[in-house]
Design a protein around this ligand. Structure first.
Ligand code: UDP
Ligand code: MG
Length: 136
């Protein structure tokens, strides 16, 4: 049975500042993702804190929110069959050093924090994250 899903993707500041956003968007499209909506923006720290609220008890939370709000990001709604898992597979492991060859984080990630891309991890979170950026 078909399972077309939408997921939220973010091209993070480390990748946008290296002008990798077009190259990453082409890789998504080559892998069958349709970019339904996209925008380029910079978050306030408080907005990053809200976006990453699930991580608020983690030791890396403050640095993570400072980082996500440190520069321009590109946010996109991606659509594809099983888009959520498909995007997680294409992104690779959180730590680029542990990511598989050919994954976005292996190709472009600099470190576990500056790992170039975000992708929703479940249907519930995809909906919450899409609404966070595109509810209007
Ligand atoms: N992160 C970090 N240090 C860690 C773990 C995670 O800086 O030890 C950052 C990293 O940028 C990661 C984000 O926090 O992408 C969210 O962590 P999560 O475990 O949800 O990883 P993801 O879902 O992005 O692979
Ligand atoms: Mg996550």
């Amino acid at each position: 049975m078909s399972n077309i899903e939408q997921t939220l993707s973010i091209i993070k500041p480390d990748a946008v500042e290296r002008n990798l956003d077009n190259e990453i968007k082409k890789i998504f499209q080559k892998n069958g993702f349709r970019i339904l909506k996209e925008k380029k923006l910079k978050l306030e720290k408080t907005e990053a804190e809200q976006f990453y609220k699930v991580h608020e008890t983690k030791p890396f939370y403050n640095d993570l929110c400072t980082y996500l709000s440190s520069g321009t990001i590109v946010v996109m709604i991606l659509e594809k069959e099983n888009a959520i898992k498909s995007n997680r597979d294409l992104m690779g492991a959180t730590d680029p050093a542990k990511a598989e060859e050919g994954t976005l984080r292996k190709l472009f990630g600099k470190s576990i924090d500056k790992n170039s891309v975000h992708g929703s991890d479940s249907p519930d979170n995809a909906k919450i994250e899409i609404d966070f950026f595109f509810k209007d």
